[in-house]
Design a binder for this molecule. Structure first.
Ligand code: SF4
Length: 153
């Protein structure tokens, strides 16, 4: 399971397959990470610095985070993609096809002048989370998406 949580400053990624429930995150930021709550992660409940520290304390790599750089990432389900915007300008997208086996992610791209900000990972997670929430398999044929979803990036 892949989940993306964002506040005004950061985007936090959670990969449930890597989480071994050591609860270091809970100890570091109990208002953010609360296993008794659904969703159990809420990145609006504590200062960003505290959340960042909690993510860094995760021993499994299940939690990762990046700064948002004021880049907005949205799901555009009507056009089977997620899209990243800098203001009103589109600066990236992740495209998928709905096939009988699930949602096939086949293309991810971010403008070169926005490289290195974690935007592509946010785009892939946006699609993967939506697919999983709607009960669909995620099938990455794009090599970048495959690496992200297998937790190599
Ligand atoms: S610290 Fe990491 S491994 Fe432990 S519960 Fe939190 S997310 Fe899971």
């Amino acid at each position: 399971m892949h989940r993306l949580y964002e506040n005004n400053d950061i985007a936090v990624f959670w990969d449930s397959e890597k989480c071994f429930h050591a609860k270091r995150c809970v100890g570091e930021s109990p208002d953010t990470f609360n296993p008794a709550r659904r969703p159990w992660i809420d990145v609006t409940k504590a200062p960003t610095a505290e959340i960042w520290q909690a993510v860094r304390a995760c021993p499994s790599g299940a939690l990762t985070c990046v700064y948002r750089h004021e880049i907005r990432v949205e799901l555009d389900e009507a056009n089977t993609r997620s899209v990243a915007f800098d203001g009103e300008k589109q600066i990236g997208e992740c495209d998928y096809a709905v096939i009988s086996e699930g949602w096939q992610i086949y293309h991810t791209e971010v403008a070169p002048d926005h490289a290195g900000k974690g935007i592509a990972k946010r785009l892939v997670y946006k699609v993967a989370e939506a697919a999983e929430r709607s009960g669909n398999n995620v099938i990455p044929t794009c090599s970048y998406a495959a690496a992200v979803l297998s937790s190599q990036k």
